[in-house]
Design a protein around this ligand. Structure first.
Ligand code: GAL
Length: 367
């Protein structure tokens, strides 16, 4: 930017800063720009297009914000932190009124969100909690710990493990996968699943033959299906020989499909395939469930999540109080972020029609 234009831009930011300061007094401590009601542009910063769900999240929010009377600027960061930071910076420079961010790295946005705050722009953390900054106003997500519990419980149910019993005399083998190490959700999914599974590790009814039982041994950078496939290949060749894997905890559909490819390369077919969990009810995985390969997924309706973000954003911009249902659990290290958490639902072969009834997919798509 030429120096003169840069100086003008800086002056504009300072002016906005001082307007915000006036606004603060006028609105009893609120640090936002004074209300101007509907209108203006909402910046939507999504992580990647490599997964169907984020494409749907972006599209749903853009549609719903437009219906509520706003323009939108939807950007995808291609799973690269520097892209996402640059996109958010750009949104601030353009004077967008609100940012909705699904972070690529939950801990990497401190500086850019300081700038958003200086410009009086509120921030909603979408699906993934942004960490280490006080400048996150609200959080819209699902009950992430419950996602993990649903996955763990599904495995127990399929293996007919009803209660921990040291004398059961029978054990099943299981391998464990966790999500991306830079996503705050990873530890909630893992924690929820472990809460349910641990008593059966302790009783010896579930055995992790690879001995990779710690979260940091099981994480999968960027939730990448290829990385999960490679790790599953290694686990099978190093720890299984002629033994069978009975269950695989997978926290996300894109990884589940990679894991299933590895299992198929190792000769698993049809009923031999282990129980493999997942998350997001992505079309390819739902079809895999119907074919009898992936066993389960966790359905999180992205339309409802978008609705919550829009409800929060619209309330913030029109001087109302966003609706929340959790004000205690989502501490990002700098503040407890008020949250609205939606309910995740377990889906397997027995209830895929739920996705059609809910209008998430058409019956034709699932054929
Ligand atoms: C998580 C999200 C999951 C899944 C995963 C990979 O943050 O909560 O639903 O989408 O990212 O994209």
């Amino acid at each position: 930017m030429p120096t003169r234009r840069r100086a003008a831009a800086l002056a504009a930011v300072l002016l906005i800063g001082s307007l915000t300061a006036c606004g603060q007094e006028a609105r009893g401590g609120s640090r936002y720009k004074p209300d101007t009601g509907k209108g203006g542009t909402i910046g939507l910063a999504m992580p990647t297009k490599s997964s169907e769900r984020w494409i749907a999240d972006g599209k749903n929010m853009a549609e719903q914000f437009r219906k509520a009377g706003y323009k939108t600027d939807l950007q995808y960061g291609d799973d690269k932190v520097e892209n996402q930071v640059a996109q958010i910076e750009n949104m601030i420079t353009k004077g967008h009124r609100l940012l909705v961010v699904a972070a690529i790295n939950g801990s990497a946005l401190t500086e850019v969100l300081q700038r958003a705050n200086d410009a009086g722009i509120p921030v909603i953390s979408y699906d993934r909690l942004i960490l280490g900054t006080p400048h996150v106003d609200y959080y819209a997500s699902f009950d992430n710990e419950k996602v993990g519990r649903l996955q763990g419980q599904y495995i127990l149910d399929q293996l007919k493990l009803k209660k921990p019993d040291k004398n059961a005399g029978e054990s099943y083998s299981i391998e464990l996968f966790a999500g991306s190490p830079n996503d705050n959700n990873t530890k909630y999914f893992w924690g929820g699943a472990m809460k349910v599974l641990k008593p059966y590790f302790d009783s010896g009814q579930l055995v992790v033959r690879s001995k990779q039982t710690k979260m940091n041994q099981a994480t999968t950078q960027d939730w990448n299906g290829g990385i999960a496939q490679k790790r599953m290949d290694d686990l099978i060749s190093k720890s299984y020989g002629d033994q069978k894997v009975d269950a695989v905890l997978s926290p996300y559909d894109g990884m589940s499909l990679g894991i299933i490819s590895a299992l198929k390369s190792a000769g698993y077919r049809g009923k031999d395939l282990p129980v493999v969990t997942g998350q997001d009810a992505e079309l390819a995985s739902v079809k895999s469930i119907i074919r009898g390969e992936q066993t389960q997924t966790v359905f999180k309706d992205t339309r409802k999540l978008a609705q919550q973000a829009v409800q929060m954003g619209d309330a913030l911009l029109t001087g109302k109080k966003p609706e929340v249902n959790n004000t205690t659990d989502y501490d990002n290290g700098k503040r407890v972020v008020p949250a609205y958490l939606l309910n995740p639902v377990s889906v397997d072969k027995s209830n895929t029609e739920l996705l059609v009834d809910e209008g998430y997919f058409t019956a034709g798509q699932l054929k």
